[in-house]
Design a protein around this ligand. Structure first.
Ligand SMILES: Nc1ncnc2c1ncn2[C@@H]1O[C@H](COP(=O)(O)OP(=O)(O)OP(=O)(O)O)[C@@H](O)[C@H]1O
Ligand SMILES: [Mg+2]
Length: 159
């Protein structure tokens, strides 16, 4: 998978990170898979909440899914039917059942998938990833977000 382009944004509050997520969401096409990386408190869930807002999912439902591996929400915009929010932190390793469930979600042509702690995504699933978002803490309320857009996963998937 080749990187096509990157956008870097600096945010100054959780609200600004959320709005960056919402703006990003409006550029997404069905089938997008986004990995979110960055240390604890970097703002992965805050950004994910913004993506949900941008897709008109009620944001109050989007918390860190620390005790749940996968949360799913219905979406009715941009030809997208579902938003799946996956947090890989909880798992020291993925069981075969977890991997199977995750791959089925990643393959959905009409879904959007957000993966927190994407760094833990097994290598064989990288081919599904369309965007990677890296969040860095640059001050008490400052964050730098780097959004990498990767080659269309559809090409990879159907090759
Ligand atoms: N500019 C900012 N953007 C995002 N969050 C910010 C910002 N400034 C301060 N914060 C605070 O940082 C924290 C970010 O928490 P969040 O749950 O989004 O991080 P996370 O990366 O998902 O962490 P974890 O790895 O524990 O799931 C919140 O407490 C939020 O209020
Ligand atoms: Mg989180």
């Amino acid at each position: 998978m080749t990187q096509t382009h990157s956008i870097s944004t600096r945010t100054t509050s959780p609200g600004v990170t959320e709005r960056a997520g919402a703006r990003f969401a409006r550029t997404l096409k069905p089938g997008a898979v986004i990995t979110l990386s960055g240390i604890y408190g970097a703002g992965k869930t805050t950004f994910a909440r913004g993506v949900a807002l941008g897709l008109r999912v009620s944001a109050r439902h989007v918390a860190s899914p620390s005790f749940v591996l996968i949360k799913e929400f219905p979406v009715h915009t941009q030809g997208i039917r579902t938003l799946a929010h996956i947090d890989l932190w909880r798992l020291p390793r993925l069981t075969a059942t977890d991997s199977h469930a995750i791959e089925e979600i990643l393959k959905r042509p009409d879904g959007i998938t957000l993966i927190e702690w994407g760094i833990k995504l097994p290598k064989r699933f990288q081919k599904y990833v369309s965007h990677s978002v890296n969040l860095k803490i640059t001050g008490p309320t400052a964050r730098t977000l780097i959004i990498h857009s990767l080659h269309s996963r559809k090409k990879t998937k159907r090759a």
